[in-house]
Write a protein that binds this ligand. Structure first.
Ligand SMILES: [Fe+2]
Length: 279
C-alpha cells in the first residue's frame, strides 16, 4: 500500500490550573488552551495525532487533570501526552488510563504507529524535580524499541530539551543525561526528529546529528533573556504550536516542522486575480 504523509501536531506546556485560577496570578492558561483547541480543530487537513509534550497540569492536582480533560474534550483529533516536570505520573496515568503505556507503572513511555511512522514518547520527568532525566528502564526500552522495525522512520518526543538554549535558569533544568540519549540516537539512523517542550518558545538545533526542536506554548513564553539580566521571568508572546509533517520518500522520507500561530488572522487571500495576474 502506498504510504501517505503523516501530520503530527505538537502542543506543549499547557499548565492547566483549577477552574478560575491564573498561572502566576496572571496567565489564563485554560483560555489559552481553548484557543489552541479551536485552531487545531480548524486546521485542514486534520492532523493524524496531537502530541502534548509535558506540563499538562501545573501544580499538579487531580482537579487540574479533570479540568484539562474538560478543556480537551472538544478536540477533534486523538491525542497522546507525555509528563513534564509539572505533572505527576500516577495522576496522569489515572486521568488518561486508555493510553497504551509501555510499563504498568513508573515512566509513561509509549510507542505509537501512524501510517509509515513510529512515534516514540519518552517520559523524562523526575518525580519532584524540575530537571529531566531518562531513567535506565526508559533508556533500555528506547534502545529495544528502536532496534525493532529498523526500516521505519521514528520521531522522538520528550519534555526536557537535551541541549543548552542560553536561557540560564532553563539550562539548569534541562535533560541531565543528554549524552546517554545521544548514544542511543547515534546507533539508530531511523530517528528523524527529536521534539521537546519545557521552554515555551520555538527553538531549533541539531542533537546527535538529528534535527531537534522546542515547541512554543499556547500561553506564556519563557523570557528570551540571553544576557542573564533578570530573575526567571515570562512574557506573553504570540502563542503557537508545531506541526511536524512526515513525507514518505527515499530512505526514511523527510520531516518538515511548521510553526502554526494560534488565533484568527486576516486571510487567506489569493495572490492572483482571475486573469492570472498578481493582484
Ligand atoms: Fe517544564
Amino acid at each position: 500500500m502506498p504510504q501517505r504523509p503523516v501530520l503530527i501536531a505538537q502542543i506543549s506546556d499547557l499548565h492547566i490550573k483549577p477552574p478560575g485560577a491564573l498561572a502566576y496570578g496572571r496567565v489564563d492558561t485554560a483560555r489559552a488552551l481553548e484557543r489552541c483547541v479551536a485552531t487545531l480543530n480548524q486546521f485542514t487537513p486534520k492532523p493524524d495525532l496531537v502530541v502534548i509534550s509535558g506540563d499538562l497540569a501545573d501544580t499538579p492536582t487531580e482537579e487540574e487533570y479533570a479540568h484539562l480533560k474538560r478543556l480537551l474534550a472538544p478536540l477533534n483529533v486523538a491525542f497522546a501526552g507525555i509528563p513534564g516536570n509539572h505533572d505527576q505520573r500516577d495522576m496522569m496515568r489515572a486521568a488518561f488510563a486508555q493510553a497504551a503505556y509501555a510499563f504498568p507503572s513508573g515512566p509513561l513511555n509509549q510507542r505509537i504507529e501512524i501510517g509509515g511512522l513510529d512515534l516514540v514518547l519518552l517520559d523524562s520527568s523526575v518525580p519532584g524535580k524540575p530537571h529531566g532525566e531518562l531513567d535506565a528502564p526508559t533508556l533500555r526500552w528506547l534502545e529495544a524499541t528502536l532496534v525493532s522495525s529498523p526500516d521505519r522512520p521514528a520521531l522522538l518526543f520528550l519534555h526536557h530539551p537535551p541541549f543548552k538554549t542560553g536561557i540560564w535558569h532553563m539550562d539548569r533544568q534541562d535533560l541531565q543525561n543528554a549524552n546517554e540519549l545521544a548514544n542511543v540516537v547515534k546507533r539508530h539512523p531511523r530517528v528523524q526528529l527529536i521534539a521537546t517542550g519545557h521552554v515555551h518558545r520555538a527553538t531549533f538545533t541539531t542533537f546527535a546529528g538529528v534535527p531537534t526542536t522546542i515547541c512554543p506554548a499556547p500561553n506564556h513564553a519563557v523570557d528570551l533573556d540571553l544576557a542573564e539580566l533578570r530573575a526567571p521571568s515570562f512574557k506573553v508572546e504570540p502563542p503557537a504550536f508545531h506541526l511536524h509533517v512526515w513525507f514518505p520518500g527515499e530512505g526514511f522520507g523527510s520531516v518538515v516542522t511548521h510553526q502554526v500561530p494560534i488565533g484568527d488572522f486576516d486571510g487567506p487571500h489569493p495572490f492572483f486575480g482571475p486573469d492570472g495576474k498578481l493582484l
